[in-house]
Design a protein around this ligand. Structure first.
Ligand SMILES: NC(=O)C1=CN([C@@H]2O[C@H](COP(=O)(O)OP(=O)(O)OC[C@H]3O[C@@H](n4cnc5c(N)ncnc54)[C@H](OP(=O)(O)O)[C@@H]3O)[C@@H](O)[C@H]2O)C=CC1
Ligand SMILES: O=C(CO)COP(=O)(O)O
Length: 347
């Protein structure tokens, strides 16, 4: 059994700590709010993030980052993407030996367009042993109830990914797969939040299941288009970290991205929506990053583009849907057709 540090005492960090504790590992759950850490250690609850859930004894809360990291070789990083560089800057100050970081956050950084594993490599330098990504359709609320859940781990070093697969695998309720396509796994997990915001918007506007099915399938097409341009294996998007995570995030009331979109569809302004959530809505930041990246690479991402206008240019959500519907007609498999046309011409 291993001593593992989990950084970030929000919904996902706490739920994953429970999985590790159920597997017999001693978990040091670090959070930056001392009163919350006190609650974890004295009441065995984290009421703001997982109301009504009792935390196993093997989870111990830490308010001191260096203490939490002492003699630990595996660190789960579970803070919102915008906090990652700051937290890693502090982690570096505590370490003497390199560590393996398991990243569970979903996003791409605006302006640099870096994936989370790339940010971690950049920030940690020689203090990084390996970085492993854990992603998939997994709401913290359901994991904390020990409901059956499947996720995927990926890494440049698949031996490290397999070690993390073993660490988290729980044969009762948490099944962990491996996939060597690091880019595809990270891009699918990040970009599905954009589509979940859009699905919330169409639900908020009062549209039905047809609109949602359209968003999920056409959303998957544009995620795969950007992902494969970045070097991902297109097949990854038909797996847990692609269509799997799209389904769970676009159709569940647990999703903060769906909920934020729903409020936008009902006519609320972005600022008031984000203020009312009390938890991270990663899709907003990722929409900006994906929009910039698609423009830079010349990749067509119509849903991302109209969502960008809703979020950052005050486009009316109903007009956004109308503009998607009124685009020029095209072939459903246009990317495939273009590839086939090109190879015909080359013969
Ligand atoms: N929730 C879920 O079901 C899943 C979430 N994820 C991903 O996991 C990541 C974390 O999400 P989640 O746990 O849900 O988010 P939450 O909003 O539930 O929690 C975020 C936690 O991070 C803390 N935090 C924020 N900024 C800092 C900082 N600068 N330093 C230290 N701690 C900080 C927050 O503290 P405070 O309380 O002070 O705000 C809070 O404890 C996201 O990228 C998300 O996409 C992935 C899969 C499932
Ligand atoms: O990533 C998630 C489920 O797989 C959680 O989604 P939200 O951040 O939208 O709640």
């Amino acid at each position: 059994m291993e001593q593992v540090a989990v950084l970030g005492a929000g919904s996902w960090g706490t739920a994953l700590s429970m999985v590790l504790a159920d597997n017999g590992h001693a978990v040091r759950l670090w959070g930056h709010r001392p009163e919350q850490i006190k609650e974890i250690n004295t009441k065995r609850t984290n009421e703001k993030y997982l109301p009504g859930i009792e935390l196993p004894e093997l989870i111990v809360g830490y308010a001191d980052l260096c203490q939490a990291l002492e003699n630990v070789r595996t660190v789960v990083l579970a803070v919102p993407t915008k906090a990652i560089r700051e937290v890693l800057g502090n982690v570096r100050q505590c370490l003497k030996e390199p560590i393996t970081i398991v990243t569970v956050s979903k996003g791409i950084e605006p302006d640099t367009h870096k994936r989370i594993s790339e940010i971690i490599e950049e920030e940690m330098g020689s203090l990084l042993q390996d970085v492993v990504v854990l992603s998939g359709p997994s709401h913290a609320e359901e994991v904390s109830l020990r409901h059956p859940t499947t996720v995927t781990v990926s890494s440049k070093n698949m031996k490290a990914a397999e070690r993390i697969q073993d660490l988290f695998m729980n044969h009762q309720y948490f099944r962990v797969y491996t996939n060597p396509d690091l880019i595809g796994v990270e891009i699918g997990g990040a970009l599905k939040n954009i589509i979940a915001l859009a699905a919330g918007i169409t639900d908020g506007l009062g549209y039905g299941d047809n609109a949602k099915a359209a968003l999920i399938t056409r959303g998957l097409a544009e995620i795969a288009r950007l992902g494969s341009t970045l070097g991902a294996n297109p097949l990854t998007f038909s797996g847990l970290t692609g269509i799997g995570d799209l389904i769970v995030t676009c159709t569940s009331v647990h999703s903060r991205n769906w909920r934020a979109g729903h409020l936008l569809g009902k006519g609320k302004k972005l600022d008031e929506v984000l203020d009312s959530m009390g938890m991270v809505v990663e899709g907003v930041r990722t929409t900006k990053a994906a929009y910039q990246l698609a423009k830079k690479l010349g990749v067509k991402m119509p849903i991302t583009e109209v969502l960008y206008d809703v979020l950052f240019n005050e486009k009316n959500p109903k007009d956004a849907v109308d503009s998607l519907m009124s685009r020029v007609k095209t072939h459903e498999m246009e990317d495939l057709v273009n590839i086939l046309d090109k190879s015909e011409q080359e013969k």
